[in-house]
Write a protein that binds this ligand. Structure first.
Ligand SMILES: [Zn+2]
Length: 314
């Protein structure tokens, strides 16, 4: 039995074919081009699935979709996605009709959480919190071995926990959210406030041909000893620790998995983050929890495929 996993992002849509054991057999990606509308997107998605079916035939038994946004998993509807600028779009049902395969759909961070549970932890830890650290912050929870949805499917909006009263503006419209401090757009905005000459900074710390102020450039600067860059990462770790401390107190997870582009700067933000966790007054959950980083950039699509195999067939 093979499953197809689909990760729908604002820029790209990734597809994978994996075995029940999580072995990758094939992958494909195309530009989401959300502005062309859901009908065009579904047509291109179904065409990509049809290519896999030519290669794998009846071995393919299910599809799992992770989509960036607020998802109704029961009805397979993307209620709202700021990244795609879509509202109330039915995806799972139409894709089932177009492909003839059962289809399970979830928020993309939930699928990354399922991927962490199956692939990173081999189902050995049953209570897991996953944070996807990218432009924004997503989160998903596996509790007692089950994906936790909450009452409306929206559980896991940890990126919008308020950690600073009247703080920085967040993409969600509120202010002071965790994402407004630890999402890459905020990390870079705080860096810009400290860097005196951005052009010179970018030239010095970017890879040749990729001259841009991004989190990789900021990590290179920290590694080279730039005080401002190190300060930005330490502050990021401090804010992340504040958000995580609250989540760990509520959920008491056995493991926290951090993934996404920003997590590659672990060396520079983890010490400050760990310091906040070490200084909590209620010690037990913090002594027990393991924080680990997943460098698997396809955790979301792998997780979607495995989740589809587990749940799409029911
Ligand atoms: Zn927010």
């Amino acid at each position: 039995m093979l499953g197809i996993g689909i990760d729908i992002g604002g820029t790209n849509t990734k597809l994978v074919v994996v075995t029940r054991a999580g072995k990758l057999l094939a992958h494909e990606r195309f530009r989401t081009e959300a502005s062309k509308g859901p009908a065009s997107f579904l047509k291109r998605l179904a065409a990509a699935v049809a290519c896999f079916r030519r290669d794998y035939g009846r071995q393919l038994v299910s599809i799992g979709i992770g989509a960036a946004g607020d998802v109704d998993p029961e009805r397979g509807v993307l209620r709202f996605s700021p990244n795609l600028a879509w509202r109330s779009v039915k995806l799972a049902g139409p894709l089932e009709k177009l492909t003839g395969l059962p289809c399970a759909m979830e928020n993309d961070a939930n699928m990354a959480a399922w991927g962490a549970y199956e692939i990173e932890l081999g189902r050995k830890t049953e209570d897991i919190l996953t944070l996807t650290l990218g432009t924004g912050i997503g989160s998903g929870m596996i509790l007692a071995g089950k994906l936790y949805h909450g009452s409306t499917g929206t559980a896991g909006e940890a990126g919008h926990l308020k950690i600073v009263p009247d703080g920085r503006p967040c993409h969600c419209g509120a202010s002071g959210c965790l994402e407004a401090y630890c999402g890459s757009y905020s990390i870079l905005a705080r860096a810009r406030e400290l860097i005196k000459n951005e052009a010179a900074f970018v030239k010095k710390f970017s890879a040749p041909g990729k001259e841009k102020l991004n989190t990789i450039c900021l990590t290179n600067a920290a590694a080279a000893g730039h005080a401002g860059a190190r300060r930005v990462w330490a502050e990021t770790g401090n804010y992340l620790g504040m958000g995580l401390a609250g989540l760990i107190l509520v959920l008491n997870p056995g493991c926290v998995v951090l993934t996404g582009g920003v997590s590659r700067a672990r060396k520079w933000f983890m010490p400050a983050m760990q310091k906040v966790l070490n200084h909590q007054q209620i010690k037990t959950p913090f002594q027990k929890v393991k924080v680990r980083i997943s460098d698997n950039a396809d955790l979301g699509s792998y997780g979607a495929a495995l989740f589809g195999l587990e749940h799409g067939l029911k």
